[in-house]
Design a binder for this molecule. Structure first.
Ligand SMILES: [Zn+2]
Length: 94
């Protein structure tokens, strides 16, 4: 197992552990990796702190659902840019 793959897997398991309990094997794999990798230890500590903060905010009613809608003008510009890309193959940023 390469170090890069191991970190990706450790991050995946760390994220999964925020929502669901890990299996015994997953916990062992994650703890083994964390024992050797400071970057993943920092990531896990920060992601857990962020998760706790969000949970406290939600419990306190501080989180409000946000709906973002584009203006008709913005929708028109995006549609026009997409049509132009489809017809000319132009790849410049919208
Ligand atoms: Zn790592």
């Amino acid at each position: 197992m390469s170090a890069i793959f191991a970190c990706r897997e450790a991050v995946r398991l760390a994220n999964q552990s925020l929502d669901h309990p890990l299996t015994l094997i997953q916990r062992i794999e994650l703890r083994t990796h964390l024992a050797m990798c400071q970057a993943c230890r920092v990531y896990r500590r920060q992601s857990r702190a962020l998760s706790r903060t969000i949970a406290r905010g939600a419990q306190a009613g501080l989180l409000v659902p946000v709906t973002v809608e584009l203006s008709p003008a913005a929708r028109g510009r995006i549609a026009q840019a997409l049509r132009q890309r489809l017809t000319t193959g132009d790849q410049k940023d919208v």
